[in-house]
Design a protein around this ligand. Structure first.
Ligand code: NIG
Ligand code: FE
Length: 395
């Protein structure tokens, strides 16, 4: 069954090879466009079958007219922590009056998460995923990391794998309180039995590499965890350079991680290492907003040739926002990125950070994951900041 979508005032494809498209900002834009989507057979994923000018559109089984709205690839939120219980709004309020963030609050969420039943945790998780989808996000990566025992990390990943293929084992989030006097044993557990139990439910492994936090992991601990993860068949991502300068970025590049996330504090050597590497720098501007920290310099990274993605990092501590449009607005207002760069960062480059080429782009054969704006142009995403103009297009 093929469905023809017309009335698209501006179609942002993010396909740099699309002939006839405006490629000035690498967005592959078509005006007065149409898209045909459909599934090859029953139960097959719905994919894009045709993209072009509305005047050339082929016939289809069904059609609907968007009446002059902009369409773009659904957002790819490549970094989130959605499997948790509890509330840390008081911690947020304290930060707004000057309290610094050091990762200590993760143990508060850990305690609440361990207390929650499977149905409670599943309900919280699915509500958060629905909240993302209602704002135009169509792919989401979800990490464990608030269980921090073998059983609890497996439980988090099992629940996450019910709602996404992009699941990440983050047993290396912080050292839990019961191991505070014996960090080495916790690293052994994460890189050993916990990893073996978690691996069947995870695509990725991540670690909070942050010597500037007493709770997180230093470069050597992080290296051990990542190498063990790779040995177990997982692909690598890293939380790096969030709270200060440190080894996270260099480690991620050296090990060929798909992404290093945060990148708030970067040296020239870090930027040189990222440029030309296979590692995407994923910036999380909602974290700087919610921790009252300086924003990373997205402009400097892009000018140096680094691939820059943006994501929400949606979590109870450092950014409790699921809004990719807000991240686009912050990237433009606070990180020196153009609206076009921010949209690419939230779609096609974020997809690259997940090593995916079937999402984050509107191209024949890609998934029919589309966002629609109640606005004529993608420029309205940062322009109409805080207004819920983006939705997932239900086809
Ligand atoms: O990505 N930095 C480490 N982890 C999360 C925050 C987790 C929390 O504070 O609950 C982050 O910012
Ligand atoms: Fe995170």
């Amino acid at each position: 069954m093929a469905i023809l979508i017309t009335g698209i005032s501006e179609l942002v494809t993010c396909d740099e090879t699309l002939e006839g498209a405006d490629q000035a900002d690498r967005l592959g834009i078509l005006h007065d466009a149409a898209v045909v989507v459909g599934a090859e057979f029953e139960d097959a994923p719905t994919t894009v079958q045709w993209v072009g000018a509305a005047a050339d559109a082929p016939a289809a089984d069904w059609s609907f007219d968007l009446g002059g709205q902009a369409v773009l690839p659904g957002f790819v939120d490549s970094h989130s922590h959605l499997v948790y219980a509890g509330d840390r709004s008081a911690e947020f309020a304290a930060r707004m009056t000057g309290q610094p963030y050091d990762g200590g609050g993760i143990a508060v969420t850990m305690a609440a998460t361990r207390e929650a039943s499977d149905p409670e945790l599943r309900a919280l998780l699915t509500a958060r995923v629905d909240e993302m989808r209602s704002q135009g996000t169509t792919t989401v990566e979800i990490k464990s990391g608030y269980g921090l025992t073998l059983e609890e990390e497996v439980r988090a990943l099992r629940l996450a794998s019910e709602v996404t293929e992009e699941t990440t084992f983050l047993g290396g989030h912080v050292v839990p309180p019961e191991f505070r006097e014996d960090r080495g044993s916790y690293v052994d557990l994460v890189a050993g039995e916990m990893l073996q139990a978690a691996a069947p439910y995870a695509r990725w492994i991540d670690v909070f590499c942050e010597p500037n936090s007493p709770h997180a992991f230093d470069g050597e601990e992080a290296r051990r965890i990542l190498l063990a993860g790779r040995e177990a068949g997982l692909e690598l991502r890293v939380h790096g350079n969030q709270l200060g300068h440190g080894p996270g970025v260099q480690l991620a590049v050296e090990l060929g991680a798909a992404s290093v996330d945060h990148c708030t504090y970067l040296s020239d050597a870090d930027i040189d290492a990222l440029a030309g590497s296979e590692t995407v720098a994923t910036l999380l501007p909602g974290v700087e907003f919610s921790t009252h920290s300086p924003y990373p310099d997205g402009r400097r990274l892009i000018d140096a040739g680094v691939e820059v993605a943006i994501a929400t990092d949606c979590n109870p501590g450092t950014c409790n926002s699921s809004s990719m449009p807000l991240m686009i607005a912050l990237a433009v207002r606070e990180m020196g990125m153009t609206p076009a760069e921010a949209v690419r960062a939230a779609t096609v480059v974020a997809a690259r950070s997940l090593r995916r080429s079937d999402v984050g782009v509107v191209r024949v054969g890609a998934r029919a994951d589309l966002a629609v704006l109640s606005a004529p142009s993608y420029l309205h995403l940062p322009y109409r900041v805080g207004v819920p103009i983006a939705k997932t297009l239900q086809v």
